[in-house]
Design a protein around this ligand. Structure first.
Ligand code: HEM
Length: 504
């Protein structure tokens, strides 16, 4: 007050007073702008009550509908799936910026009512916090010890590829559906890691487990389950939700039974597989009397179920896309044959051959890019309030880091919608690593099975291509081989038959 009185008394102080007032006003104004900038939520189409933006989406191709919307609303936009508000991240630069440069903020998992009704923060895929950290750590340790990046893993895959080759040989060129033999072979790799043993392809319990796991993944992406996740009160009307629950229960019972057998012969000094390793942790937790421990039976069953399902469907589907694409494009298959014959000849392909097979490696990468088998990615959730690229996203908001928009990003790929192995080759024919190749996603939640999957894809693909020429069935032209995927949580090729002709 004294200051003001002093100022009022002196006419020479007027300019100073005006300056102070202007400064205060400017400060208030600026903080006001910042405040509204801080609260600028990503734009998006106006939602209808209850339905949200449902009418704008093709439920059979939600990923493509979201790509279309990103052309209008930008690479970060809001969408209402029914009453649930979500943020979509589109395009390589934005997805990578969020998942890698803001890994913590975008690193939680969002769960749907369907997931919650089944696994309820147990296991790896749909859990968060301390539970997720511990379970993921244990899975990665075991994947490293029993599989990926190790000679042991390579040997197991080579052995399994030989079993698969025998199945194909026995068909003697007759047309067949690749689904079951390929899924059984790939599943055996993850079985060796989690159970410590492989299964015969005619083992009825094993076959039923693989088929149920694949069915659950397919039905999880069906339009009716999408609707259930938006309007959980529809559950009694959704048959697919009941089938998912029944099949998951049946698989958990099987896992429990295999676990009981392993428990009887457990030697804490000699872990044979993931389940042993989990049980050993369980015992030491009991010794330490940590009652709040994480190594309880439910976590064990869901970890195994998650590794088994995620490790079977994905690699199996990708390999099937690879064989179908070879039959569809014989001139590309011929170049793969030529390279394998020239570099490897008749001996067993090994992981270390990858660097000498740039064309084959490019074909495998392009198969993953065009196959785009996890189009919507798994949903993330913000772990805190986030300020991202000028937008404000509230803590707990579900986020879709849209992989279709990365693997088809028009500013990254010369021919986003066609099978073009040259995307991964330089002008000298050397393998070219591409940053926008993110089929395993990125950041904190990136696929922990990536190294294993890459090893499997390379060894199975080269071993099969070394022995066989894949063609359309007699009387069907390659033009008639359909590349339209069937709807599911992962994108599978439509039902088709192929022939595996012996090249010997
Ligand atoms: C071609 C093969 C595969 C592809 C394309 C693939 C892709 C993915 C993708 C896109 C995610 C979601 C990442 C995210 O949330 O940002 C994921 C997560 C996961 N994948 Fe894979 N995957 C493959 C193979 C495997 C294999 C072989 C295993 C098992 C060893 C596996 C186990 C998992 C698990 C446990 C998660 C959940 C990770 C977490 O929530 O922390 N995947 N995968």
């Amino acid at each position: 007050m004294a200051v003001l009185e002093g100022l009022l008394l002196s006419p020479s102080a007027f300019p100073l007073l005006v300056a102070v007032l202007l400064l205060v006003f400017a400060c208030l104004h600026l903080t006001g702008v910042n405040q509204s900038e801080k609260r600028r939520t990503p734009p998006g189409p106006r939602p209808l009550p209850l339905l949200g933006n449902l009418l704008l989406l093709n439920l059979k191709k939600v990923d493509y509908s979201l790509c279309e919307l990103s052309k209008k609303y930008g690479s970060i936009f809001t969408i209402y799936l029914g009453p649930r508000k979500m943020v979509v991240l589109a395009g390589y630069k934005t997805v990578k910026d969020a998942l890698v440069n803001h890994a913590e903020e975008f690193g939680d998992r969002d769960t749907s009512p369907m997931n919650r009704s089944i696994s309820n923060n147990h296991g790896i895929i749909f859990s968060n916090g301390e539970n997720w950290r511990e379970m993921r750590r244990l899975a990665l340790t075991n994947l490293r010890n029993f599989g990926m990046g190790k000679k042991m893993g390579e040997e197991k895959i080579i052995e399994e590829a030989q079993h698969l080759i025998r199945v194909f040989e026995n068909l003697k060129g007759a047309q067949f559906d690749t689904t079951q033999p390929v899924n059984y072979a790939v599943s055996n790799i993850i079985c060796t890691i989690v159970y410590g043993s492989r299964f015969e392809y005619d083992d009825a319990r094993f076959k039923a487990m693989v088929n149920r796991a694949n069915e659950v993944i397919r039905l999880s992406g069906s339009a009716s389950v999408l609707l259930y996740n938006m309007f959980p009160w529809l559950k009694p009307l959704i048959r697919n939700a009941a089938v998912i629950q029944k099949s998951t229960r049946a698989n958990l019972e099987e896992i429990q039974s295999y676990t009981n057998n392993l428990r009887e012969t457990l030697n804490p000094q000699d872990s044979r597989c993931f389940i042993d390793s989990f049980l050993i942790n369980q015992q030491s937790e009991e010794k330490l009397e940590q009652n709040a421990g994480l190594f309880h039976e439910k976590n064990l069953l869901f970890c195994v179920e998650h590794l088994f399902a995620a490790g079977t469907d994905t690699s199996g589907t990708t390999l099937r896309w690879g064989l179908l694409l070879m039959a569809k494009y014989p001139h590309i298959q011929e170049r793969v044959h030529e390279e394998i014959d020239r570099v490897i000849g008749g001996r067993q392909p090994l992981v270390e051959d990858r660097k000498s097979l740039p064309y084959t490696d490019a074909v495998i990468h392009e198969t993953q890019r065009i196959g785009n088998i996890v189009p919507l990615n798994l949903r993330h959730r913000t772990s805190c309030d986030v300020h991202f690229q000028g937008f404000f996203i509230e803590k707990g908001t579900p986020v879709i880091p849209l992989l279709t928009s990365v693997l088809r990003d028009e500013s990254e790929w010369a021919n986003p919608y066609t099978f073009h192995p040259e995307h991964f080759l330089d002008d000298q024919g050397r393998f070219l690593k591409r940053d926008a190749f993110l089929p395993f996603s990125a950041g904190r939640r990136a696929c922990p099975g990536e190294s294993l999957a890459r090893m499997e894809l390379f060894l199975f693909f080269t071993s099969l291509l070394q022995r066989f020429r894949f063609t359309a069935p007699p009387g069907v032209s390659e033009d008639d081989l359909d590349l339209t995927p069937v709807l599911g949580f992962t994108l599978n090729p439509s039902p088709h038959m192929l022939c595996a002709l012996d090249r010997a």
